[in-house]
Design a protein around this ligand. Structure first.
Ligand code: NAD
Length: 485
């Protein structure tokens, strides 16, 4: 039996318990066993973390970009060295499958290395505004950045997304999700070894206590939030009560994949299943959860997608042969089953899955079949609400205008995918789709250096490119009069 994990927070270079000694238990979604615990951080813990980050900020900002970059590369190496331990812990904490989790750790390390190398690009500009003067800009860090992390890619969001703020010279307070906080505690151990005290602080705890305290902390003027739209709105409101804060919001999606009649169906239909991210039990923000098929290929497309999804192997997330594990938590499990009920009540046609898998094969745990509903229409909840679970909706369309209107008819605008062999059709569709990250004849992959983020209620700001690095700096313009009279 695997060891029980006692996580601790990292505040001011020390691994600590919460101020009142309270804990939150972590449950393995595959078995419902309690596998570890973390401190239930409170407002006082967030204040101590912000204080430490504030004190550490001047010295960290005073390092050269190369010196900060070297330390970030050391964090990346340590993450890789701890990969097996993190994978084991995170599988048990989140239910994510081993194949994909290894990629998340690699992506976190690559993000640290990418921003380590980019730190030297924090250049300003000179402007020839007058003949006798020098007009130039510098980029300065904000000071303390607060980052709030969702449950679905815990180590990637905690470790990978600290890269840009730190490279830009900020210090940080990071709050992992209470649903899967364990790997962030390992990250805390790594940061304690590699970074000066206070540069990274990790406070575990509930959103309603530690999360709210972080948003309301006056010394944290720059917040990066990844999570759901309702929480993003609450973060925006709460931040505005305290100060004018700079926010990045990476929120939800109900992302369309439009397949035109000329598309290569042998490529498009398996991609539709990959794009739904069943490997993450559908719990990935960029998932193509609405498959929009032209009427001429609709019946064939529905049948073939249903067949592929029915063939996915649901099983132990530690087994590399498993395509999908359990969903992350009891709340997620109940939510997914609720949406299956909604879809049936609303008249969608179930073509694959549709049931809980708790029973003989899985006596406990949060297991649901990978599920596909066809004949989904805009009046249905499944069409417009983000389930964030393993349910793919298929929608029929007849004209390109209708396809684009259906694609855009939701509050979200995160990703989209367009499948056609015709370049003009592809580009015209891309131009009309309201989304921040669009694949043509592709799905899922994030390409290094290309900025990710959403239109509409899917968010504000962009991450993963140089824009993210700049977003953690404030430009300061200086005007030197070389000939004062
Ligand atoms: P969530 O909004 O429930 O929680 C996210 C984080 O916010 C957690 O750490 C939580 O503790 C904290 N939190 C909760 N209430 C808070 C409050 N009042 N103040 C401050 N913090 C608070 O989201 P989740 O269920 O963990 O994650 C799923 C959501 O995240 C989905 O909507 C998904 O699409 C979205 N997501 C978006 C991206 C992206 O890049 N756009 C990436 C991953 C996930």
């Amino acid at each position: 039996m695997a060891e029980f994990f006692h996580g601790r927070m990292l505040i001011d270079g020390k691994l600590t318990e919460a101020v009142d000694g309270e804990h939150l238990e972590s449950v393995n979604p595959a078995t419902e066993e309690v596998i570890g615990r973390v401190p239930a951080g409170k407002a006082a813990d967030v204040a101590a973390a912000a204080d430490a980050a504030d004190r550490a900020a001047p010295a960290w900002a005073a390092l050269s970009a190369q010196e900060r970059g070297s330390l970030l590369k050391e964090v990346a190496s340590a993450l890789r060295a701890e990969s097996d331990r993190i994978v084991d812990l995170e599988i048990r904490d989140s239910g994510n499958t081993i194949r994909k989790l290894k990629l998340d750790i690699a992506a976190a390390a690559e993000s640290l290395e990418y921003y380590a190398a980019l730190a030297g690009e924090l250049k300003g500009e000179t402007v020839p505004a007058t003949a006798h003067g020098l007009h130039f800009s510098m980029r300065e860090p904000f000071g303390v950045v607060g980052r709030i992390v969702p449950f679905n890619h815990p180590i990637f969001f905690a470790a990978g997304k600290m890269a840009a703020p730190l490279a830009a010279g900020n210090t940080m307070v990071i709050k992992p999700s209470e649903q899967s906080p364990l790997s962030a505690c390992v990250l805390g151990e790594i940061c304690q070894q590699v970074l000066p005290p206070g540069v990274v602080n990790i406070v575990t705890g509930l959103g309603s206590t530690a999360g709210e305290a972080l948003v309301s902390e006056p010394r944290i003027r720059r917040i990066a939030f990844t999570g759901s739209v309702p929480t993003g709105l609450a973060v925006q409101r709460a931040a505005a009560e305290v100060a004018v804060k700079s926010l990045t919001l990476e929120l939800g999606g109900k992302n369309p994949m439009i397949v035109f009649p000329d598309a290569d169906l042998d490529a498009a239909l398996p991609a539709a299943v990959r794009g739904m991210n069943f490997n993450w039990a559908g719990q990935s923000c960029g998932s193509q959860s609405r498959l929009l098929l032209h009427e001429s290929i609709y019946d064939e497309g529905v049948a073939r997608v249903a067949e592929i999804v029915s063939g996915l192997k649901v099983g132990d997330p530690r087994d590399p042969a498993s395509d999908m594990g359990p969903v992350n938590s009891k709340a997620q499990y109940e939510k997914v089953l609720r949406y299956i009920d909604h879809a049936e009540q609303d008249g969608a046609r179930l073509v694959a899955g549709g049931h809980s898998l708790r029973g003989e094969a899985f006596p406990s745990g949060y297991w649901v079949e990978p599920t596909v509903f066809a004949d989904v229409t805009p009046e249905m909840r499944l069409f417009r609400e983000e389930v964030f679970g393993p349910i793919l909706s298929i929608v029929r369309w007849s004209t390109p205008d209708e396809a684009v209107a259906l694609a855009n008819d939701v509050e979200y605008g995160l990703t989209a995918s367009v499948w056609t062999r015709d370049l003009a059709t592809a580009l015209d569709t891309v131009r009309r789709i309201e989304a921040g990250y669009i694949w043509v004849n592709g799905v899922s992959i994030h390409f290094p250096g290309t900025s990710f983020g959403g239109f509409k209620n899917s968010g504000i700001g962009r991450e993963e490119g140089i824009e993210e690095l700049y977003s953690y700096t404030q430009p300061k313009f200086v005007h030197v009069n070389a000939m004062p009279r």
